[in-house]
Design a protein around this ligand. Structure first.
Ligand SMILES: Cc1cc2nc3c(=O)[nH]c(=O)nc-3n(C[C@H](O)[C@H](O)[C@H](O)COP(=O)(O)O)c2cc1C
Length: 192
């Protein structure tokens, strides 16, 4: 099993980083190979809408740090995507990552989208400051659906809430719960 984590926040030690890192920590303890990509360390530009990725097998023409993620995606069985809610939606970093996945539908990646191909697992983890878990449910459900349409095998974790009153690293429930989830994810990989 090979799992990659995407931290769609500019905050290197923020809540999203804590959440993604804890899940990967649990998976790693089960012998899973993991790697993490955080937007605070990366220079990833928005999709320029040129369609070049669909017109040939060269992949995305923007030669920035997204290329490292494309390479990692080719070998990953699962992706843990950590998304903070900013203004009622995924952060801009999350949307840039999502848009740049467009290149995965190019001829270069077409084997992934063959009929009966094993779908890549996507663990969707939203977090927000507000304590009301239902506040953006319509949006988070929609986002799950959107990734399913993109042929991912999506598991949406319960949204992590109330981070306004206490940051994630001070929440013991999160520390143990996320690590346990990661551990289960790692074990699932061994059972395949
Ligand atoms: C620009 C911005 C917009 C935000 N909008 C919302 C919001 O609409 N609803 C909410 O509950 N929290 C909102 N928050 C709080 C974040 O979702 C929360 O602090 C999150 O855990 C930040 O993750 P990070 O530390 O990884 O960046 C916002 C934070 C920022 C910086």
């Amino acid at each position: 099993m090979n799992i990659i984590g995407i931290i769609a926040s500019q905050r290197k030690e923020g809540n999203t980083a804590f959440i993604v890192n804890k899940i990967l920590e649990g998976a790693k303890e089960q012998g899973t190979e993991t790697s993490t990509f955080g937007f605070s360390d990366l220079d990833i530009k928005p999709c320029c809408g040129c369609w070049a990725c669909h017109k040939s097998d060269q992949g995305c023409v923007i030669k920035d740090d997204m290329q490292k993620i494309y390479d990692a995606l080719e070998h990953a069985e699962a992706i843990v995507l950590g998304l903070p809610i900013y203004m009622g939606q995924m952060s801009a970093q999350g949307k840039i990552f999502t848009d740049r996945l467009f290149a995965r539908f190019s001829p270069r990646f077409s084997p992934f989208f063959k009929e009966n191909a094993v779908k890549q697992k996507l663990i969707l983890s939203f977090n927000q400051g507000n304590p009301d878990a239902g506040l953006f449910k319509v949006y988070t459900d929609y986002t799950k659906h959107m990734f399913e349409v993109l042929e991912f095998d999506v598991t949406a974790l319960p949204i992590v809430t109330d981070l306004r009153s206490k940051p994630a690293h001070e929440r013991e429930d999160l520390r143990t719960g996320l690590k346990e989830f990661g551990s289960t994810l790692g074990l699932e990989g061994h059972q395949k």
